[in-house]
Design a binder for this molecule. Structure first.
Ligand code: CP3
Length: 344
């Protein structure tokens, strides 16, 4: 039955006449119904840890648009919190965490086996969603990739160039690699539990992969993701995995094999035509439309959407943006994108 779902067919390598579609951050502040539920929950983290309301916001874009996939509503920074880091969100600015930069701080983290004490509401959200989603909609679970999660844990916030994480890597490799190891092991357990609760696909977000140069890209973005994929495939061989090494540029070549992923998500830094020749030959690809088109709309949105669909039509493709939709996006532009993908 489940192999009938279009997202799963594309992930299995099938070339479909119309690519299935979903959107990063599809449950988010550009939707009035999201803002209403978030206000009801209180703050963002209270929403993440409230299974009924988190399931509700996950379902909102499915009801409004009929996307082919729903992505669990949660955040990549819940795992650091479950490992013992303090986490809070400053309105208008973003996340703040207590930092890990010394051996003592690393040692003070909780053991990986303790993460489920904090994360069990997330598994409950997955269970609710697997009951409530329409039968044709695929449920995607996710986590951050170790490098990206580490950049936030080391800096204690988002940074333009991930400078503090690069500095720790160079100044204290043992602490840096120890932290990556803990995040890697935690992510394996976290995603296994999401799969056991009902996630049909999982995605690894390496939003800051592009700042790793030379061998660091292989060692700290690709290898930890490959370790997670190998462990998940050993336990859950039938669960497809999407990897998003954002900013990889020319290094997108060969990543299906290097990571072991069923699908590689593209940012908007490569052209779809280049990706067709150089990345899609390895398997399914997803993404690429500049998320600013969801703000500006019009003819440019339609022609860019068509260009991506055409360029990737001869192989497995899931339509998506190159990064998350932003709060200033117009919900009508999302409908226009979907209509263009589905009706040409
Ligand atoms: O895609 C989805 O709809 C699923 C839910 C999801 C969220 N965050 C919800 C969220 C997913 C998959 C993420 C991933 C995430 N979180 C990433 C990786 C992807 C990326 O965007 O690069 C990162 C780096 C984070 C960390 C994070 N969470 C930041 C930096 C911020 C603040 C920036 C912002 O947009 O406000 C968040 C908050 C966040 N995560 C929001 C949402 C809907 C906005 C919170 C709100 O409602 O105020």
């Amino acid at each position: 039955m489940s192999t009938q779902k279009t997202i799963l067919r594309a992930l299995a390598g099938e070339t479909l006449p119309t690519p299935p579609i979903w959107m990063m951050r599809q449950a988010g502040r550009y939707l009035p119904e999201y803002k209403a539920t978030r206000a009801q929950a209180g703050d963002f983290l209270s929403l993440c840890y409230n299974p009924e309301l988190a399931a509700e916001v996950t379902l909102q874009p499915i009801r409004r648009y009929g996307f082919d996939a729903a992505i669990l509503f949660a955040d990549i920074l819940l795992l650091p919190q479950a490992l013992g880091a303090d986490l809070w969100f400053v309105t208008g600015e973003g996340p703040r965490l207590s930092t890990i930069t010394t051996a003592d701080e690393l040692k003070a983290l909780k053991p990986v086996s303790a993460i489920h004490d904090t994360l069990s509401p997330i598994y409950e959200t997955v269970k609710i969603l697997s009951r409530e989603l329409p039968s044709e909609t695929t449920l995607i679970g996710f986590a951050g990739a170790p490098w990206t999660v580490a950049t936030y844990m080391i800096a204690g916030q988002g940074t333009p160039d991930q400078g503090p994480a690069h500095a720790l890597k160079d100044a204290n490799k043992d602490v840096f690699e120890g932290l990556l190891d803990i995040i890697t092991e935690g992510t394996i357990d976290y995603l296994s539990m999401q799969i056991e609760a009902g996630a049909e696909v999982v995605k690894l977000f390496d939003s800051w992969a592009g700042s790793l140069k030379g061998d660091d890209f292989l060692n700290y973005s690709i290898k930890p993701m490959a370790r997670i994929v190998a462990a998940l495939k050993a336990k859950h061989p039938n669960t497809p995995i999407i990897a998003f090494p954002r900013g990889a540029g020319k290094k997108y070549v060969g990543l299906h094999d290097a990571i072991g992923a069923d699908c590689i998500a593209l940012d908007d830094g490569v052209t779809a035509a280049w990706a067709a020749d150089n990345v899609q030959i390895g398997g399914c690809v997803q993404g690429n439309l500049k998320s600013s088109h969801m703000v500006t709309g019009g003819d440019a949105l339609v022609s860019e959407t068509r260009r991506i669909v055409d360029a990737l039509q001869n192989g497995p493709h899931i339509f998506n943006l190159g990064h998350g939709i932003t709060p200033d996006a117009d919900p009508e532009n999302v409908q226009l994108m979907i209509d263009t993908v589905r009706n040409g």
